[in-house]
Ligand binder design. Structure first.
Ligand SMILES: [Zn+2]
Length: 96
């Protein structure tokens, strides 16, 4: 089964489906491998959002430790640590 990329903006919750990760990057999604690295915390955002309030911002700019993360932030961290598998979905799940 063919796989597609399913990106989630960690700031506004917007979801983007792409067959081509480069197209997502050109449209403004900040996701590896074009922006940052898989499994390394950096902002994962859509074209409309900046990096403030991302998990990266809270950990690197506000010095929040992993133990201090709330449930939503833990979900983002888990998704990042399990990349790229956590970003892949079957093409049949992609909305038309
Ligand atoms: Zn967003």
């Amino acid at each position: 089964m063919a796989k597609v990329w399913r990106y989630v903006c960690e700031k506004c919750g917007r979801i983007g489906w792409y067959k081509d990760s480069e197209k997502a990057f050109l449209e403004g999604w900040d996701y590896p491998p074009h922006m940052g690295k898989y499994k390394v915390v950096s902002p994962r955002t859509c074209p409309d959002c900046d990096m403030t309030d991302t998990l990266w911002w809270k950990m690197c700019m506000e010095y929040k430790s992993a133990e201090e993360l709330d449930e939503a932030e833990r979900i983002v961290l888990k998704r990042i640590l399990e990349e790229p598998e956590s970003l892949k979905r079957d093409v049949s799940e992609m909305p038309s």
